[in-house]
Design a protein around this ligand. Structure first.
Ligand code: 6PG
Length: 495
């Protein structure tokens, strides 16, 4: 290997950067690696040597990184989202980065930061971004990669990303590492599109996790089932329409014993959820663009509610349950209802996420391809699920589809399962089990399928106290009406 022939550099060799680098090496791409912490560079060097595939050049400065790369250079950053990204880019520019060189941000950056960077670095370098999903194992053996930036940079970067991404067969089934199939990597559009799509992926991830947790809670509280029993049911569900990575790991977790006490491990874990913020970003985006994603927002609220542990402890002792004590569930019926409720609520969550992407893409002028997004989420990423194949088909057949709930396949699935979904929500409500995500999805569904909502009264209220005007159903919507309500003579409605 000559000193100037590496295909790509990886700056930041923490868990994600190191595993992406090893994945690249395994696929035959030579990598120049650098981390501010020399021990991390040394660890990557050792693991690269043990792998024994393409050459890895351990660098001790950014100048060495630049000198080690083929031109035009491709430099991937795997550094914490935020100021660190700009700090490394400034240092690279000082070290001699050229205009035609591409710098790829592979972190979980906020998409509006990516938009700003795209502008800020114009004329200085080719700024590109690639959001990575799949955690440590995905990065090493096949992540889902959501790329955006200049199309020219994609021509250089694309072949590497497609090689290292997770692969699926024609039926959408994930293939083992190092196989060749359809790659879960795509160029999604300019500037912040990739990071945006990954943010919505994470919002869906939050909701998907919450929905599974609510089913577990209901089975545990209402049916008194042990975690391992619930885990077995989840494993069974994972063979059908609910097949997904999150279902699979939940089944696994619930059947795991605590090595210290021998009790179910899940029972030993404190019920306070953490979060890094991507679900919150999605909920905020939904509020800002006015595209309802209540199940995603509810999942963020559910994490916040979990954080109120001491207040909940006090409330549990002070707010008695006044519920239907005569309601004895039939276990197998309730389990079937919960299965269908989970499927329907999950579908509503994806419908919310895709509708949200459509709304923001329209604002930003991004040509997002929703069939392609569903395709690259079929493997590698955290929300990979069998029904992404159906979502991809739905958008392939109807690229202009406004909402997934209106696609024939899903409309039929909702018709078939709707009653069970309602029964599960009613049961939870009557017996005091919190199922905020599954219920919010049902509320979304019912509001969406209601032709006339009470927003007529709401508009009148706004006009009454604030002269905010309203439109009439018998006149063009653009025409605004206002009444001085308080001074109006009271009239009887003609019946
Ligand atoms: C992924 C994950 C990944 C990370 C989340 C965790 O796609 O690989 O989404 O990005 O695990 O950011 O988020 P919270 O800590 O907020 O749950």
């Amino acid at each position: 290997m000559t000193a100037t022939s590496c295909n790509i550099a990886m700056i930041g060799l923490g868990v994600m950067g190191r595993n992406l680098a090893l994945n690249l090496l395994e696929h035959g791409f030579s990598v120049a690696g650098y981390d501010l912490q020399a021990d991390l560079t040394a660890q990557a060097d050792k693991e690269a040597a043990a792998l024994g595939k393409a050459p890895f050049v351990a660098c001790d400065s950014l100048a060495q990184v630049l000198a080690t790369l083929q031109k035009p250079r491709v430099i991937a950053l795997s550094v914490p989202a935020g100021p660190a990204v700009d700090a490394v880019i400034s240092a690279l520019l000082e070290a001699g980065l050229a205009f035609e060189d591409t710098v790829i941000d592979t972190g979980n950056s906020l998409w509006t930061d990516t938009l700003a960077r795209d502008k800020a670095y114009q004329g200085k370098l080719q700024f590109f971004s690639t959001a990575v999903s799949g955690g440590e194992v995905g990065a090493r053996h096949g992540p889902a990669l959501m790329a955006s930036g200049s199309a020219d940079a994609w021509r250089q970067v694309g072949p590497m990303w497609k090689a290292i991404a997770a692969q699926v067969d024609a039926q959408g089934k994930p293939l083992p590492p190092m196989s060749q199939g359809e790659a879960c990597a795509a160029y999604l559009g300019p500037d912040g599109a990739g990071h945006y799509v990954k943010m919505v992926h994470n919002g869906i991830e939050y909701a998907d996790m919450q929905l599974i947790c609510e089913v577990y809670q209901c089975m545990s509280q209402q049916l008194g089932m042990a975690p391992a029993e619930i885990g077995k049911i989840f494993a069974d569900w994972n063979q059908g329409v609910l097949n997904s990575y999150l279902m699979e790991i939940s089944a696994d977790i619930l059947q795991q014993a605590d090595p210290e006490t021998g009790r179910p491990l899940v029972d030993m874990i404190l019920d306070k959820a953490g979060q890094k913020g991507t679900g919150l970003w999605t909920a905020v985006n939904s509020l800002e663009v006015g595209s309802p994603a209540p199940t995603i927002a509810q999942a963020v609220f559910a994490r916040a509610m979990s954080g109120l542990k001491s207040q909940r402890r006090e409330a549990a002792n002070n707010l008695p349950l006044m519920a239907e004590d005569t309601l004895t569930p039939d276990p197998s019926a309730l389990i079937t209802q919960l299965h269908d409720a989970l499927y329907c609520a999950k579908l509503c969550t994806y419908a919310q996420g895709f509708a949200l992407m459509k709304a923001t893409a329209a604002e930003q002028g991004w040509p997002l391809d929703y069939a392609e997004i569903a395709r690259i989420w079929r493997a590698g990423c955290i929300i990979r699920a069998i029904f992404l194949q159906d979502i991809s088909h739905a958008f392939q057949q109807q690229p202009e589809l406004e909402n997934l709930l209106l696609a024939g396949h899903f409309r039929d699935a909702l018709t078939e399962r709707q009653q069970n979904w309602r029964r599960a929500v009613a049961h939870a409500s009557l017996t005091g089990v919190s199922m905020s995500g599954i219920s919010s999805a049902l509320q979304y569904f019912d509001a969406f399928r209601t032709e006339v909502l009470p927003a007529n009264l709401l508009q009148a209220q706004r006009d009454y106290f604030g002269a905010h005007t309203y439109a009439r159903i018998d006149q063009p919507e653009s025409k605004a009406y206002h009444l001085t309500w308080s001074q109006m003579p009271r009239r009887q409605v003609n019946t």
